[in-house]
Write a protein that binds this ligand. Structure first.
Ligand code: AMP
Ligand code: MG
Length: 412
């Protein structure tokens, strides 16, 4: 008879003990699956379980234990660029099956080195001080996109275009703002800015008429970042993009990149959403009282808010200040917590207008929705784009798993 059958299901303590045992057994099992990882119990390294399509089993040797952290880091970062032949060599070296498609090989290597990399990181973390996040990135780049819009019409088909592209540079040695970049961007689908948008974003028609199109505006941002050593051939400074919410990257930037058939740079496919950190660690932000989330975060963190809401450069400065205050005054660790990933079933272009049926379904969803997070047309529009929003967990962050890009192979 199984222990579960004997148990009173309402006895939570028993159930949780039992669960704990199960977890421990499965962890032990997992550990014995890995070669050379039995140092703790003093046993001789066990035989590695043969991978499904391996032809021979190989005994793990002492050499497996002392894997060189530098090599692991190097390979972990290089896996995306390796050829099938190179990957086979590495797989043989780590006694994993060298058979299967290029995708299988990459997947196998990535899984192996991800674990190794995590172990190295873990060891390193143990010796690191509380100020760990001060060293993770050299700079933070706060961005805040403003886009064309109409008064809140909830139009899922509205083709938002970037009209302001600001970036604020934070030095992570001191957590102070050290430089700013800003350009307006000329929209092409709706070249005339609506009165509503003009008032909301403090942007005039002449501002836009004099501005470059998105490709040129982006090139200027890249040039600015290159001068700071963050991009380009001589890049030597690590950085993370910081935003207030997911829309800047997942919705507005994605749309602009797709509109001009440009590749979204990998450095911009993951970011630190300060609003998410604030909500998890400080307090929930309740919508609907007319105040922006930036204004509320500034208030709660006792930061003097710069400028007025929805002016891109001012929003970006405030986002940067919020990030700094979270570290300096709240002792928070800033980590990459969201990313965008390519959906293989969606074509790499702006989606066609939603059909009447889709719009009807969405409106029904909105009117039937209960709870705090109402679906709205902006989310729905973003959800039709080829890159979808995904969370990055602390573990993903420590392993740098957010750099993985499953969809790259087919583009390059
Ligand atoms: P934000 O980051 O809050 O400044 O907003 C970015 C963009 O979202 C703006 O440039 C607008 O395109 C759009 N947006 C923000 N708030 C509103 C609003 N109340 N009504 C319509 N669109 C808005
Ligand atoms: Mg803004």
């Amino acid at each position: 008879e199984s222990p579960l059958a004997k148990m009173n299901p309402r006895d939570e303590q028993l159930l949780s003990d039992y669960y704990e045992k199960l977890v421990k057994i499965s962890e032990d099992l997992e550990r014995t699956d890995e070669p050379g990882r039995n140092e703790d119990n003093g046993e001789a390294p066990r035989l590695q379980k043969p991978a499904e399509n391996t032809l021979e089993t190989v005994e793990a040797t002492d050499a497996d234990r002392g894997i060189d952290p530098k090599k692991v880091e190097f390979l972990f970062r290089r896996i995306n660029e390796m050829t099938a032949a190179e990957m086979r060599v590495e797989l043989k070296e780590i006694r994993k099956s060298p058979h299967g498609s290029t995708k299988d090989l990459r997947h196998r290597l990535r899984q192996y080195y991800r674990k190794e990399f995590a172990l190295i990181q873990q060891k390193r973390d143990e010796t690191r001080s509380k100020m760990r996040n001060r060293r993770r990135f050299r700079y933070l780049v706060a961005i805040d996109i403003e886009a064309t819009c109409e008064a809140e019409t909830n139009d899922i088909n509205y083709p938002h275009e970037t009209i302001e592209l600001p970036a604020v540079l934070v030095d992570c040695a001191t957590f102070t703002i050290i430089d700013k970049f800003r350009t307006y961007v000329r929209p092409e689908i709706n070249p005339k800015i609506s009165d509503f948008c003009s008032q909301l974003c403090h942007i005039s028609q002449p501002d836009l008429d004099a501005a470059p199109l998105f490709p040129e505006a982006w090139a200027r941002l890249v040039e600015w970042m290159t001068r700071w050593g963050m991009l380009g051939a001589d890049k030597e400074a690590t950085f993370a993009v910081v935003t207030d919410g997911p829309n800047d990257v997942q919705h507005f930037l994605q749309r602009s990149f797709l509109q001009y058939n440009m590749k979204i740079p990998h450095e911009f496919r993951h970011f630190i959403n300060v609003k998410k950190i604030f909500e998890n660690r400080v307090e929930r932000l309740i919508k609907g009282d007319g105040k922006t989330s930036i204004a509320k975060m500034c208030e709660k963190l006792s930061i003097e808010m710069e400028g007025t809401a929805h002016e891109g450069i001012m929003d970006a400065i405030n986002v940067a200040k919020i990030a700094c205050a979270l570290v300096l005054h709240k002792n928070e660790t800033l980590f990459v917590n969201q990313r965008i990933v390519r959906m293989r079933n969606r074509p790499l272009c702006l989606p066609p207008p939603a059909t009447a049926v889709e719009i009807k379904a969405l409106n029904e969803q909105i009117s039937h929705h209960r709870g705090n997070q109402k679906p709205n047309s902006s989310n729905a529009a973003a959800n039709r784009l080829p890159f979808a929003l995904r969370p990055v967990t602390r573990e993903d962050f420590n392993m740098e798993a957010y750099w993985d890009c499953e969809s790259c192979d087919e583009r390059e």
